[in-house]
Design a protein around this ligand. Sequence first.
Ligand SMILES: NC(=O)c1ccc[n+]([C@@H]2O[C@H](COP(=O)([O-])OP(=O)(O)OC[C@H]3O[C@@H](n4cnc5c(N)ncnc54)[C@H](OP(=O)(O)O)[C@@H]3O)[C@@H](O)[C@H]2O)c1
Length: 237
Amino acid sequence: MNIDSQTILVTGANGGIGRALVKTFLAAGAKKIYACARNTDSLSPLLQDDRVCSVELDVCNFASVANAAALCGDVTILVNNAGTGGGGLLGSQENARREMEVNYFGTHAMCTAFAPILGKNGGGCIVNIISVIGLVNMPSIGTYCASKAALHSLTQGLRGVLAAQKTKVVGVYPGPVDTRMADGVAMPKASPESVAEEILTGLQAELDEIYPDEFAKNIQKELASSPKDVERQLANY
Ligand SMILES: NC(=O)c1ccc[n+]([C@@H]2O[C@H](COP(=O)([O-])OP(=O)(O)OC[C@H]3O[C@@H](n4cnc5c(N)ncnc54)[C@H](OP(=O)(O)O)[C@@H]3O)[C@@H](O)[C@H]2O)c1
């Protein structure tokens, strides 16, 4: 896939990976980028490049999603990057519901709103930022993993159903990345910039699934050979 002819929408563009993705797509020659955030003031560092348009977007608010779809009818790549996490497995349900609202239902709403736009524009691509722990549960953040597992399943389903309109659907499965979301995580972390570069390379190579750092690549490999060992290993974090 060639990035230089693309109009790309990135949700959560003020966050660590979102901001790095916008910069990486700009450097790769993207035609236009809709940088979306709940608070558009937080996007000002990205607006120096006149190919970037800021859009206010809360993926959990139906009217906000509909407004973005009305404003951004020329999108050819939708990057569902907005996400949230926090809290353990057996705590209050508040965190678990919020994770499901943002990570699963929010992404579902964006895909539903933008699939017809992508179809009308020739097919295009949906990129869902999932997590490698959407493929195997890490109990210390187990409800987050469950919401990302739901998103993984949605991504597979969308790939099947949107093939008819030539929309490519890509799942991205990072390990720990050094962003605000992973502030409390005491594990080696990849930089958001390196993850964004790997995502770009994966898109250019037309991959369906992108594992953008060493941790993610190792887990993917181990899951193929000894899934129960990986499950036991992640229970220790
Ligand atoms: N960091 C990691 O270790 C890691 C690993 C694997 C996958 N991921 C995934 O990567 C994606 C980006 O996360 P990050 O690491 O860059 O964390 P981050 O810096 O905390 O960014 C999260 C972004 O999501 C936005 N967001 C949250 N709720 C939203 C909503 N309802 N509507 C619109 N935007 C919303 C945040 O906006 P506000 O500023 O308004 O809160 C922020 O821009 C997430 O999907 C995350 O699950 C992260």
